[in-house]
Design a binder for this molecule. Structure first.
Ligand code: B12
Ligand code: SF4
Length: 529
C-alpha cells in the first residue's frame, strides 16, 4: 500500500507566527507530529509519504502515487482539509481523516471515506488491515485511551526538518483539571498518561542524530499534569544534556500551579526550559470560578507569573474575554493585568464554545449556541454563542485590548519587564557580572539572518521605527546579557503587530456584515443548533 499522509493548511492567525517565521527563513512553526506518529504505527511494509501543505504544495503526482490519503488536522484547518478531501475524491482516491478535527466536526461533514475519532495507537493495526482488504468501515473510535508507552518513535524521516522553526515531542496526554471551556479533557481525558523516560530520550536522540540543535516544543496538554512523572523526566533531561552537550531549548504548556513548586521550576530551568504557555484566562476571579478554572483562584496571578519568570522562563499567556461574569471594566482590567505581568506574548481570544465541551453543552441547554464556531478563538471577529454582554461591545472591547497590548511601546515595555525578571542584572562587584551571561551562542547564522531581516523590516521599513531603534539600542546595551532573548521577542512582536492590524480590519468587515444583517453579531439572531 502507498499511504500519502497530508496535513492541511492553517489560516493566518496569531498562532501561525507567519510574519515572524519569514525573518528566520522558515515556512511553519512545527511539523505535524500526529501524522508522524500515525506513519510509525502503519505496517512497515507500506510505503509512506508526508505532505505538509504549510511548507510545500500537494502535487497531483503524489495523489497519483497513493492508494490511500490519510489526513489529520485541527478544527481550524477545516477549509483546507475539506478541499483536499474533495480533490482526492474527484480522483477516486480513498481518504481517511483523523486528529482533533474528528472530535469537533461531525464525521458526515468531513466527507471522507473513513473517519477515525481519537488516538490511533490501539486501532491503527485493524484499520490498516481492513484498508488492505477493502473492508474498512466508515467510522472508527478507540474504545479506550491508549497508554503512551504504546506510542512509537515518530517517523522523522518523512518531514523536511529545515522548513520548521521548532521540533516537537510529546511526553503526556490529558490534564487533571476540569475547565468548562476545555476540549483537551474531552479528547485526551483527565488522567495524564505519560511515556516512559527512555522513550522520550530516544525521541530527543533521534532529533539530535538528525542534526537538530534548536528549540523543542514538548507538546503536552499540561506538562505538569503529573508532577512526579514530570520531575522524573526533568532529572533525566538534565543528565542527558550534560552527557551529550545537546543545546536544545525546551518550550511547553503547563498549568499555573507550576508557580507553587520551586523544585519543579528549578529542574525546568536546569533542563533548559526557556518558555512555558500558561492558561491564565482572566484577571477576574469570578470568571475563573464560573469556568471552573479553580487552580488559578485564591492566589495572586501576577506573583505566580513573576515567580516562574524569575527562573529564567518566559511566560506566554492565554487569555479569554466573553465569560458570563465579564463586566464593562473587564477590558481595562485585562490590559492592566497584561501590562503588569511582563508577558510579552499574550494570546487574548474571545470565548468560544467548542463542540463537545461542557461549555457547549451548557450554552446549548440555555439556547445560546449560534453555530459550531471555526475552531479559532484568537483571530476572531465573531462569536458562536450569545454572550451576556452585548456582543458588539464584546467584539469591540476585544479589538481595543489587542490594539493596546500590541501597541509597539506597550509591547517593548512588557518585554523589558520580563527581561529584568528573567535575566536580572548581576549585582555590582559580582565577578560573574563582567562575564557574558549568554549560556548558548546566540549569533548563529540563522539568528544573524533574522536580526538583519528585523533591522530592515522593522527598523527601515517598519511603521514604528523610533520605538524599534530605541528598543534595539537598549537590547544592545542594558540587555546585552540577554540580547538573543530580547531580539527574538522583537521579531515575535512584529508578527503580533501585523496580525492585530489584520484583526482590526476583519472586525470592521464583520461589523459591516452584521449591520447589513448578514451575520449575527448582536443579540438579535436566533440560535441555530
Ligand atoms: C503543538 C500544538 C499546536 C502547534 C501546531 C502544531 C502543528 N504543526 O500542528 C501550535 C502551537 C502552532 C498550535 C496552534 C493552534 N492550536 Co494547537 N495544539 C498543539 C498540541 C498541544 C499538540 C499537537 C500534537 O502534536 N499532538 C501530538 C500528536 C501525537 O497527537 P494528535 O495530533 O492528536 O495525533 C493522535 C490522534 O489524534 C490520531 N491522529 C492524528 N491524526 C491522525 C490522522 C489519521 C489518518 C489517523 C487515523 C489518526 C490520527 O493519532 C495520533 C496518535 O494517537 C495540541 C494538543 C494535543 N494534545 O494534541 C493542540 C491542539 C491540537 N490545538 C488546538 C487549537 C485550538 C489550536 C489553535 C486554533 C489555537 C487558537 N486558539 O488559535 C491554533 C491554530 C494554529 C494556527 N496556525 O493558527 C486544539 C484543537 C482542537 C480541535 N478540536 O481542533 C488542540 C487539541 C488543543 C486544545 N485546546 O484543545 N497548536
Ligand atoms: S488546565 Fe488547561 S488543559 Fe487543563 S482542563 Fe484547564 S484548560 Fe484544559
Amino acid at each position: 500500500m502507498n499511504a500519502l499522509l497530508i496535513y492541511p493548511e492553517f489560516p493566518e492567525t496569531f498562532w501561525s507566527f507567519k510574519h515572524a517565521l519569514k525573518f528566520l527563513g522558515k515556512r511553519a512553526a512545527q511539523p505535524p507530529l500526529g501524522l508522524m506518529t500515525v506513519a510509525a504505527l502503519l505496517p512497515g511494509a507500506w510505503n509512506k509519504r508526508l505532505v505538509d501543505t504549510n511548507v510545500e504544495p500537494l502535487r497531483d503526482r503524489d495523489l497519483a502515487w497513493a492508494d490511500v490519503a490519510m489526513l489529520s488536522g485541527m478544527h481550524i484547518q477545516s477549509e483546507s482539509l475539506l478541499a483536499i478531501v474533495e480533490r482526492c475524491r474527484a480522483r477516486g482516491l480513498r481518504t481517511v481523516v483523523g486528529g482533533p478535527i474528528a472530535s469537533s466536526v461531525p464525521a458526515v461533514e468531513l466527507k471522507a471515506d473513513h473517519v477515525v475519532i481519537g488516538e490511533a495507537e490501539s486501532l491503527i493495526a485493524g484499520l490498516a488491515r481492513e484498508l488492505e482488504e477493502g473492508t474498512a468501515r466508515p467510522l472508527y473510535q478507540a474504545a479506550e485511551r491508549p497508554e503512551m508507552t504504546a506510542s512509537p518513535l515518530p517517523d522523522m524521516s518523512l518531514i523536511k526538518m529545515k522548513r520548521y522553526s521548532t521540533m516537537t515531542v510529546q511526553y503526556s496526554r490529558g490534564c487533571p483539571f476540569n475547565c468548562e471551556f476545555c476540549d483537551i479533557i474531552e479528547i485526551y481525558g483527565r488522567r495524564p498518561r505519560t511515556k516512559a523516560v527512555a522513550q522520550m530520550l530516544a525521541e530527543l536522540e533521534q532529533l539530535r542524530a538528525a542534526g537538530w540543535r534548536d528549540s523543542v516544543f514538548i507538546v503536552d496538554d499540561n506538562f505538569i499534569g503529573n508532577k512526579m512523572r514530570a520531575k522524573e523526566l526533568l532529572r533525566a533531561l538534565v543528565a542527558w544534556r550534560a552527557q551529550t552537550g545537546a543545546g536544545f531549548e525546551f518550550i511547553t504548556e503547563a498549568s499555573l500551579n507550576l508557580a507553587d513548586d520551586t523544585e519543579l521550576m528549578q529542574l525546568m530551568k536546569d533542563a533548559g526550559f526557556k518558555s512555558v504557555f500558561l492558561g491564565i484566562e482572566t484577571p477576574d476571579e469570578s470568571g475563573l470560578i464560573s469556568s471552573n478554572k479553580l487552580q488559578n483562584t485564591r492566589r495572586s496571578l501576577l506573583d505566580s507569573v513573576a515567580r516562574i519568570q524569575s527562573y529564567g522562563i518566559e511566560v506566554m499567556g492565554g487569555f479569554i474575554l466573553g465569560f458570563d461574569t465579564d463586566k464593562d471594566d473587564i477590558f481595562d482590567r485585562m490590559v492592566e493585568f497584561i501590562e503588569k505581568s511582563g508577558i510579552p506574548i499574550a494570546m487574548v481570544g474571545l470565548l468560544q464554545a467548542m463542540p463537545g465541551t461542557q461549555l457547549f453543552r451548557r450554552l446549548r441547554s440555555e439556547g445560546r449556541i449560534v453555530d459550531a464556531g471555526g475552531g479559532n478563538n484568537t483571530f476572531c471577529d465573531r462569536l458562536n454563542f450569545l454572550p451576556r454582554m452585548d456582543a458588539a461591545k464584546l467584539v469591540e472591547g476585544y479589538r481595543g485590548v489587542m490594539k493596546r497590548i500590541y501597541n509597539c511601546e506597550a509591547y517593548y515595555e512588557r518585554v523589558k519587564l520580563y527581561l529584568n525578571r528573567a535575566h536580572p542584572k548581576p549585582a555590582a562587584g559580582d565577578r560573574a557580572s563582567r562575564e557574558p551571561q549568554q549560556t548558548e551562542p546566540w549569533m548563529t547564522r540563522s539568528n544573524l539572518r533574522a536580526l538583519v531581516n528585523s533591522i530592515v523590516r522593522q527598523g527601515v521599513f517598519g511603521r514604528h521605527q523610533w520605538s524599534y531603534w530605541k528598543f534595539l539600542a537598549e537590547a544592545a546595551t542594558r540587555y546585552r546579557r540577554c540580547f538573543g532573548a530580547a531580539m527574538t521577542l522583537a521579531v515575535m512582536g512584529y508578527h503580533f503587530q501585523v496580525m492585530t492590524q489584520k484583526l482590526s480590519k476583519a472586525i470592521d468587515a464583520a461589523t459591516q456584515l452584521a449591520e447589513s444583517g448578514q451575520i449575527l453579531l448582536r443579540e438579535t439572531g436566533r440560535p441555530v443548533l
